[in-house]
Design a protein. Structure first.
Length: 217
């Protein structure tokens, strides 16, 4: 069936944001006396939202007050708000892919576990002039992915069925999200996670470059 909407994850799919995320969390950890991590280790910490990122990054002694985590998150947010595009750029071929989808009359949107304010600001800055049908990060009214509630809301707002959508992401979370929503999935090999994780998580397709996605719509 011809696709009418491509739903993209953001981090590791449209943009390489690893270093900015790592630097922001390391800043917060350092400020509170926690050990920092090599940037590359964050490949396996990100993807489930900032709160989970903090859980994975903090080495928390038994009995640590939950207020410490709240303070770490506050410092992360403040730093990331000022530095979220220091190193972050679109992956090669992504702007051209979005342009080609638009030319084909296929709508595209962003659905991320990153907080909504960051998702919107970064997408607007890095993809000026691109007409996304929706840009949605983590909002309080929706559970985080892989729960399909936010995906279902996007499909309903766009007036499309699951069969008319393609879900594109770089992690097991994304492949599980697509499966939970009944959407055909594409795992991208250029993202944060290894290809085997995508295959093991049920990816319907693997894209090695952005232009491969055009063959699936």
């Amino acid at each position: 069936m011809t696709k009418k909407l491509c739903i993209f994850d953001l981090d590791g799919t449209l943009i390489n944001s690893l270093y900015d995320l790592a630097d922001a969390m390391n800043h917060a950890l350092r400020k509170h006396g926690f050990p920092e991590h090599d940037r590359e280790k964050y490949r396996f910490m990100v993807g489930s939202g900032i709160s989970v990122l903090a859980d994975r990054a903090m080495v928390v002694p038994e009995g640590t007050d939950s207020e410490i985590k709240a303070s770490v998150l506050e410092d992360f947010n403040a730093y990331y708000n000022a530095h979220n595009t220091d190193f972050t750029i679109p992956y090669d071929g992504i702007p051209e892919l979005l342009d080609s989808l638009g030319e084909k009359g296929i709508a595209y949107c962003v659905l991320s576990n990153k907080p909504d304010k960051f998702t919107r600001a970064i997408t607007e800055e890095l993809f000026p002039g691109r007409k996304f049908a929706f840009v949605m990060g983590k909002r309080d009214e929706f559970p985080r992915k892989p729960d399909p509630t936010s995906v279902n809301a996007v499909m309903q707002a766009a007036g499309v069925t699951a069969e008319e959508c393609l879900y594109i992401g770089d992690s097991n979370i994304d492949m599980q999200t697509a499966e939970n929503a009944g959407i055909e999935s594409v795992g991208v090999s250029w993202g944060f996670r290894p290809v085997q994780e995508l295959i093991d998580s049920g990816a319907d397709h693997i894209a090695d470059k952005p232009s491969d996605i055009l063959k699936l719509v």
